[in-house]
Every structure is written in C-alpha cells, then in structure tokens.
Design a protein around this ligand. Structure first.
Ligand SMILES: Nc1nc2c(ncn2[C@@H]2O[C@H](COP(=O)(O)OP(=O)(O)OP(=O)(O)O)[C@@H](O)[C@H]2O)c(=O)[nH]1
Ligand SMILES: [Mg+2]
Length: 550
C-alpha cells in the first residue's frame, strides 16, 4: 500500500479510542506504577527574591503579604495529596481501566530530569522490576511531555519489546473513553484523546498497530504498516488527518452543546429547582441519585462510573417545599486532572453552574476525604458554580454504614452541630437519608421568597402552582379570593404580583428604597428585620388587607 493512501478510518482504528484493548490481548495487561511527589513547600526564599510581587508596598504590608503567602503555602502543603494517597488512587484508576497492578515504586522529585522526568537511578530500578515481573506497561503518576514519554519508553526497552509508558492523563482518558455514554460525552472524550495524541503521533504508538494486526482486527493493511512502523511521510499524513478530525469534532461539539442548551431551557421552563450532585469520584453521587429516584443510573465501585450528566425529575417523599425537583448527577472530580480534559470536564460541569442547590457528596470512609472535599470545593469556586456563596450547598458525609455502629451517632451529631448544612448518612443502606432529605428541604426553602396575596377564584391554576412549586404557610378563603401567605420561587412572584396585598406592596417598596439608598449589602443585612416587619404587618392587618383587594 502506498504511503498516504490510508483512510482516516484506518488511522483512527489503529489508534482506537482505547490505549489497549483487553479483548484483543485476551488477558489483563500487567502494569507497574511509579508514584511521584514534587517538592512544593519551601519556596519562600525564591518568593522573597521576587521584588515585583511586593512592589509599591510599605514594609509592614510587605511583611503581612509575605506571611500570608507563607500561610497559603503551608495550607497548600497540608491540603496536598500525599504520595501514598496519590499512588493508591493511581492504582484504583489502573484497576478501573482494566489493568492488573503488579508492582510499584515512588520517587520524591526535587529537580525533575528534563528528559525522563524521574531520575536515572529510578529509571534503572523500574527497568529491572519490569523485566523481573514480565510487565510491559508502566504508569507514571504525573503528566509527562511527549518527549519524556518517548525517552522513557526507549529506556525501558523500546518499541521492539512492546514497552508502553502511560501517564496519569492517558489512564484517565482511557477510563473516560470507556465510560462516555452520551453523544456529547463521547465527542468530548474523543476530542481530548486526539489532542493528547497529536504531539505523540510517532513510533510510540506503532505497537498498537502491531497488536491489532496480530489479532487480525486491523486487517492485513495495518498489520503490514505496523510491522514496518510508519515512516516520516506517513506521520505527516496521520497528523494532518488527525488535525482535520479534531476540527470536525470541535464543530460537532458545538452542535451537541446547542442541543443541550435547548434541553436545559426546556427543563428550566418546568420551573422546578435544579439540584446538582457533585463530589469526588466514587463518593456515591449516583447511589444518592438512585436512592432518591430508583432511576437505575449506573453506580459502580469504579472511578468515573458516571461521565455524562444525568438529570431526573424527582418527587421527594414528605417534602412540603418543592416536592418536585430536577436532580442532576455529574462526573466525579479527581486531583491532577489532565489539562486537556479540564475543558471537556468543565463543559460537563456547566450543569452545575445552573444548579439552584448543590449537594456535595463526600466518601466519609476514605482516609483522604477531607482533601478530596477541598479539591472539589476549589473546582466549584473556579467554575464560579457557587455564585459567590449564594447557591446553598448541602454536604453529605456518605458511607456512614462503614463506620462501627457505636461511632455513627457521634458523627451524625458532629455533622449537625459543627458544620453548616451537613448530614452524615449512607445512600446505600439508607441510614440517615431522612435527615438528608430534610436538609435538602431547608436548602430548597432558601430559594423561595415570601409573598402575601389574594388570588382571585378565577385563578385556580395559579393557586395550584403555588402548592406545586412553593410552600403555602397560610391559606384562607375570603370574599375576593383566596388569601395566602406563601413562599414561592421567583417565577411565581412575578405572576402573583398583581394580587399582592397593599401591606405587602408597601413592605416591598420600602425594601427597594433601602436597596437603592444603602446598596445591596445593607439591604441584605436589613432583610431579616424587614421580613419580621412584613410578617408583623401581615399578622396585624391581614383581614383589612384582604378586604382592600378589588
Ligand atoms: N458502604 C457504602 N458504599 C456506598 C455507599 N454509597 C455508595 N457506595 C458505593 O460506592 C461505590 C461508588 O458509588 P457511585 O454512586 O458509583 O459513586 P459516584 O460518586 O457516582 O462515582 P463516579 O460516578 O465514579 O464519580 C459503589 O460501589 C457504591 O455501591 C454507602 O452509603 N455505603
Ligand atoms: Mg457516578
């Protein structure tokens, strides 16, 4: 076959979505792990030498800025995942991807070797271990440059020996590729994979061609090409094809997104509040969704079981406020998220930015749960999903059932007393889930605005919407209509406005005036006071107000 004749499909098939295919090789591929820890703390000296950081500050301010930076560094250091934690996570990732971990080592890297990232001594050690274990795949717990990946592969025995060097990124991409279910998820992952591969399109990947050729799946063509290894010209062609494919995918993604926006609009038009489940991977988000909906969403003990956001309309038992909600399950978070996946991941998480209430699910049984939880909150802040603290967050310490019976109550008490909107429970066993639903109701309650109105009898549909979407605290049938004291979502506030009682209108005008005069912050501070004033007025003049209505 002449070079350059190959179709895009051939290139893509050889470099199929998977980095390896258990079905093709017939057995679980063995993998050797290399954990890494970069030295981060102790940069204070270097910081001090950067005068521009502190330019224009007085001595005192400089001192304070320096101290703050040091505090931040110490905090970052404490929040970091330890080498052991990160390595054990890498091992779980490998297992999830279908690899069998046969051994591991680690290195604390002070100055990374630019060529191989890990030091030369470590390279030798890993090579020895791989030979002894008859293991051809090594996974480095760090994002490697294409050059580093190539050098390492050569050091470990090279293509001839079938050696494969993967990094954390490749592993996560691989898992994502296996788990993407929706069109959008698949397109995103495929795009991320191609972007990852483009600079790595070299002989590095020829073993894949050989594998697929050997198994007969690639047909004679790719087997032949694989055995020869692509020449320079073939590489050029492949690169061009991949670039074209990337452009196509980007265009496709735009289309898919537009569709999703339409879906989202439709959901919004239902007027139901959106509750998003977020959390570290494997925390139990899908299990919570299942508990609340019995929707049958995939919940598995593997990382990134859920890649695509799933939204369900849920009727929650016993809820007086917002008995119905839209509940969205999302992709799990992970530390050291591959950079070229961040964009894809963020797009998926756009759903979270739309949420009215966020439920943060933590795996309380994981020793690193606090660090995981901080990492999650940081991403949420980066995404601006918390809307500067205005979106209520309910925290669920999940997997309470794993704790011994004797400790459970203490933890539940600690959650309730020492933390804001936090509940300890178990989505799988159901322990404490009533408390969780009650807490969700509290959070949903904060979305509602108090109103007071007399709804004419001809507007029965409006009244039933109030019951459906809000909470009616008082209801009385009077001459002009049904007098209600209720808490309702924004949309209904507008529809009820023509029927507001005079007292309520006055209170509103005062609130608006205050806001104008004192700015939003002052109005917020006075809101509580105003609320009380409102309700006092309502209590006093209720009947008058009712009779004043047309
Ligand atoms: N013991 C125990 N296991 C739980 C509980 N909740 C979830 N699990 C298990 O934890 C594993 C992960 O649960 P998922 O619901 O898939 O977690 P997730 O957060 O959706 O994970 P990703 O979608 O991968 O991010 C599954 O094996 C669940 O059965 C719980 O309350 N107790
Ligand atoms: Mg899930």
């Amino acid at each position: 076959m002449a070079l350059g004749d190959r179709e895009l499909e051939d290139v893509l098939m050889e470099r199929s979505l998977r980095f390896y295919d258990p079905k093709l090789t017939g057995e679980r591929e063995k993998a050797y792990l290399v954990g890494l820890e970069a030295r981060g703390y102790g940069m204070s000296q270097r910081d001090k030498q950067r005068p521009e950081t502190y330019a224009g500050l007085t001595d005192e301010e400089r001192e304070e800025a320096g101290a703050a930076a040091a505090r931040q560094r110490r905090q970052d250091w404490e929040d970091r995942f330890t080498l052991e934690e990160s390595l054990s996570e890498l091992s779980e990732l490998a297992g999830t991807a279908g690899l069998e971990v046969v051994g591991s080592t680690y290195q604390r890297v002070v100055e990374p070797n630019p060529r191989t990232y890990i030091g030369t001594g470590k390279v030798k050690e890993v090579r020895r271990a791989m030979r002894a274990l008859d293991c051809k795949t090594v996974i480095i717990d760090h994002e490697l440059s294409p050059g580093q990946q190539r050098s390492l592969e050569a050091e470990f025995g090279g293509e001839e020996e079938g050696i494969k060097v993967l990094d954390r990124t490749a592993l996560i991409l691989d898992i994502f590729a296996q788990h993407a279910r929706t069109r959008e998820g698949q397109v995103q992952v495929e795009l991320a994979l191609h972007l990852y591969r483009l600079p790595r399109l070299t002989k590095l990947w020829t073993h894949l061609e050989r594998q697929s050729g050997a198994a007969g799946s690639g047909g004679g063509k790719s087997g032949g090409v694989g055995l020869r290894g692509p020449g320079e010209r073939q590489l050029e062609v492949d690169r061009r094809l991949l670039k074209a494919k990337i452009t196509d995918l980007q265009r496709l993604l735009k289309d898919v997104r537009r569709h999703r926006t339409i879906h989202r609009r439709r959901r919004e038009s239902l007027g139901l509040p959106i509750v998003a489940l977020v959390g570290y991977t494997n925390a139990g988000k899908s299990t919570v969704l299942n508990y609340l909906t019995s929707a049958g969403v995939l919940a598995e003990d593997m990382l990134f079981a859920t890649l695509d956001p799933t939204t369900r309309r849920v009727k929650l038992p016993g809820l007086k406020v917002h008995p119905e909600i839209m509940l969205t399950d999302t992709v799990g978070f992970i530390q050291k998220l591959p950079t070229n996946l961040v964009a894809a991941f963020r797009a998926t998480l756009e759903e979270v930015s739309e949420a009215d209430v966020i439920v943060h699910v933590c795996d309380f049984s994981n020793p690193a749960w606090q660090k995981q939880s901080k990492a999650v909150m940081q991403v949420l802040r980066d995404l601006d999903a918390l809307d500067g603290g205005r979106v209520p967050v309910v925290t669920l310490w999940n997997k309470l059932d794993i704790l011994p019976q004797s400790e459970r109550e203490d933890v539940q008490l600690m959650a309730a007393t020492e933390h804001d909107m936090t509940v300890a429970a178990s989505a799988r066993s159901g322990i404490g889930m009533d408390d969780f639903i009650a807490m969700l109701e509290v959070a949903l309650g904060t979305l509602l605005e108090p109103v007071e109105a007399v709804v004419p009898y001809s507007k029965g549909d409006l009244l039933s919407r109030v019951h459906e979407l809000g909470a009616c605290d008082f209801e009385e049938y009077c001459e002009g209509g049904c007098f209600i004291k209720a808490r309702v979502p924004d949309e209904l506030v507008n529809r009820l406005e023509p029927y507001f009682t005079d007292d309520f209108k006055k209170a509103q005008t005062r609130a608006a005036a205050l806001r104008l005069r004192k700015g939003d912050a002052a109005a917020a501070a006075l809101a509580t006071e105003l609320d009380e004033a409102q309700w006092a007025a309502i209590a006093k003049g209720r009947h008058n107000a009712v009779h004043q209505q047309p």
